[in-house]
Design a binder for this molecule. Structure first.
Ligand code: TPP
Length: 253
């Protein structure tokens, strides 16, 4: 199915076989019917299956930082999730249904997630949170320079010194030559740039600092300036913790 509001058909992968001309909402409504007629309990079983997982308990890591923020979000806030691990980690934790979730990707993924969240927050009357990885952040860091940053913007930057996602994807065995180009390891910090752009900056390197930072991030009364919390974690440790979590999950099934 190809969907474009102006009706233009884009055959992105050059393999389009069928065009269904209809409103997407109607399309999904019809598909949903197919799952229930003849009666099937697949949707219900899937829902029950997904619900039975408890939120994971990770030691200090990118995942525990995401979990700590999500469990303390003010109910009437907006949450922006950048590519890629931010989305993958966020789906491990429950969220109050009142939180407005806006994930976005640019043409390819990591570009523009910071500027999009910033633009959205400018017109939003809620506190807007953005969870973003370091490569996505530095790719789009110029956005902080904009005149349109308001104090309702709060950023949780997961700085694990490179593209963490590539360490957790199975089947992607990286050669040492490819690693600098794919993971793009670095030692940059957002501090100077964030402070230059008027953000209150908090550096986090352990559990104790994390819980203090989360208290500031989720304090609805604290609206003097935009905030940036930079959480430093170890890429390899994050990947190892995540792999062992998924292994232990699959053993339970
Ligand atoms: C514009 C663009 N360039 C490259 C990629 C390939 N890519 C996908 S995820 C990723 C790494 C993102 O790293 P980071 O923002 O630090 O998030 P992490 O995966 O570490 O959480 C890259 C480079 C992309 N999706 N989009």
């Amino acid at each position: 199915m190809a969907y474009s509001k102006d009706g233009e058909i884009i055959d992105l992968f050059g393999s389009l076989t069928t065009v269904i001309e209809m409103d997407p909402f109607e399309f999904w409504e019809k598909i949903a019917d197919l799952l229930t007629t003849p009666p099937s309990d697949y949707p219900r079983r899937w829902e029950v299956y997904c619900r039975r997982e408890e939120a994971p308990q990770f030691s200090y890591s990118s995942m525990s930082a995401v979990g700590a923020l999500l469990s303390a979000l003010p109910p009437a806030s907006a949450l922006h999730l950048a590519n890629s691990s931010a989305v993958r980690y966020a789906q491990l934790y429950p969220l109050p249904p009142t939180v407005e979730v806006c994930s976005n990707r640019g043409t390819n993924g990591i570009e523009g997630s910071l500027s999009t969240a910033l633009g959205y927050a400018f017109y939003s009357d809620k506190i807007n949170y953005l969870i973003i990885g370091d490569l996505s952040f530095f790719y789009d860091m110029n956005a902080l320079w904009s005149q349109h940053v308001r104090s309702n913007l709060r950023i949780l930057l997961l700085n694990n010194g490179g593209g963490e996602i590539f360490h957790t994807l199975s089947g992607l065995q990286m050669s040492t030559q490819a690693k600098p180009y794919i993971t793009a390891p670095h030692t940059a910090s957002a501090r100077a740039w964030a402070e230059d752009c008027g953000f209150t900056y908090i550096r986090v390197e352990n559990d104790e600092q994390l819980s203090q930072a989360i208290n500031v991030l989720t304090d609805s009364n604290e609206q003097r300036s935009p905030l940036l919390v930079e959480v430093f974690t170890n890429r390899e440790e994050d990947a190892a913790l995540l792999t062992s979590y998924y292994k232990q999950l699959s053993k339970q099934k």
